[in-house]
Design a protein around this ligand. Structure first.
Ligand code: DP6
Length: 355
């Protein structure tokens, strides 16, 4: 008998950035963070996990069709080990449960967005992996419980266990038991908020988030100042989301993105994620906001940048056309985002998956 489950998880983009670990093994952050989940229909990872006693010994995993090694003690290994342990505990409680925790696993994960979207896929990918194993093992744990496992795969992945607006609470416990994701509001709460991805470059970033944030922790005095202001921002932006207050949401989002990049610049050696085009997008949105504020008393849009040059712009639906027109006018070389290709799940399982 083959046991199989498929799960999907969305891409999330932080508006309060996670940047720095206080524990690199357990992936415990130096500050809480908050993200907005992007449209699941277009941007998500889908993972199929299968357990079968007939498989050759050892777990195997493919990402977008390419086999990745599961290194002992590594992040993937840790996530699988934890979930398998939870399944084994359920089997020990109930003799009727088949002992599938002992079976080798085959795991295949796909992103339905092109690499050219310039988006990091680790968050949605790790979250989909955890969700698919939780489904395969029929685990009773809640999404927040599962987020503690996803966190150990990649910090930002814990926020992709939920849709909508999600906070990763840093927690205080040394074992990470309270460092988990919680839903601030479901997606339906504020359907008017739209996002736009401006792909400035699809090249792989020079400094990975994992390496960059630890350089910052070790060398940036400015990070200490940042850690003092984040708690208030978490409170204020959560309230802005609950109140659907775009002006406050936008102000905090842009301030936090700029502070995150300032902290990168304050790192030794300095880390540059933004390029001239990114700065051009910032100048454009700032100018649009200035004019809109004068005319209407409200902001038009908010930008945010992760560990790379690509902009994510948030705006109320009614403002999106203005933002797109301005981006097309000032960045005429901009190409329309290609239709994300849809990937079937079972049909796309890689060679070797059933061995
Ligand atoms: C700038 O989650 O990729 O996107 O925990 O080392 O895997 P690791 O780092 P990762 O870092 C994400 C950094 C960020 C901000 C954010 O998503 O909060």
């Amino acid at each position: 008998m083959v046991y199989e489950a498929t799960a999907t998880a969305p891409v999330n983009i932080a508006v309060i950035k996670y940047w720095g670990k206080r524990d690199t093994k357990l992936i415990l952050p130096t500050n809480s963070s908050l993200s907005v989940t992007l449209d699941q229909d277009h941007l998500r990872s889908t993972t199929t996990s299968r357990a079968d006693a007939a498989f050759e010994a050892g777990d195997r995993l493919w990402l977008n069709g390419k086999e990745e090694s599961i290194k002992e003690g590594g992040r993937l290994w840790t996530c699988i080990k934890e979930l398998r342990g939870w399944r084994a505990a359920e089997e020990a409680k109930d003799a009727a449960k088949p002992k599938i925790s002992t079976f080798p696993l085959r795991i295949a994960s796909y992103n339905n967005f092109p690499t050219a979207a310039g988006l990091a896929s680790s968050a949605s990918g790790l979250a989909a992996l955890v969700a698919s194993l939780a489904a395969l093992y029929e685990l009773p744990q809640s999404p927040s419980d599962l987020s503690r496992i996803a966190r150990q795969g990649s910090g930002s992945a814990c926020r992709s266990l939920f849709g909508g607006y999600v906070a990763w609470q840093e927690g205080v416990e040394a074992d990470g038991s309270d460092s988990l994701a919680v839903e601030v509001a479901p997606r339906e709460h504020w359907p008017d908020l739209h996002s736009l991805i401006c792909v400035v470059s699809d090249a792989k970033k020079g400094t990975s988030s994992t390496a960059g944030m630890q350089q910052t922790v070790q060398t940036s005095p400015l990070l200490q100042a940042r850690l003092k202001v984040v708690p208030q921002r978490m409170t204020d932006i959560s309230k802005a989301i609950l109140d659907k207050d775009f002006d406050t949401f936008a102000k905090i989002t842009m301030a936090d993105s700029n502070q995150f990049h300032a902290v990168c610049l304050d790192t030794q050696p300095p880390i540059f994620y933004l390029n001239d085009v990114s700065r051009g997008v910032i100048a454009l949105v700032e100018e649009l906001n200035r004019a809109h504020l004068e005319a209407t008393g409200h902001l038009l849009a908010a930008y945010t940048f992760d560990a790379g040059p690509n902009a994510v712009i948030y705006a109320p639906e009614a403002n999106i056309a203005t933002v797109v027109a301005a981006v097309n006018k000032y960045f005429p070389q901009a190409e329309a985002f290609p239709d994300p290709f849809k990937v079937g799940t079972a049909a796309a399982l890689p060679a070797g998956f059933n061995e």
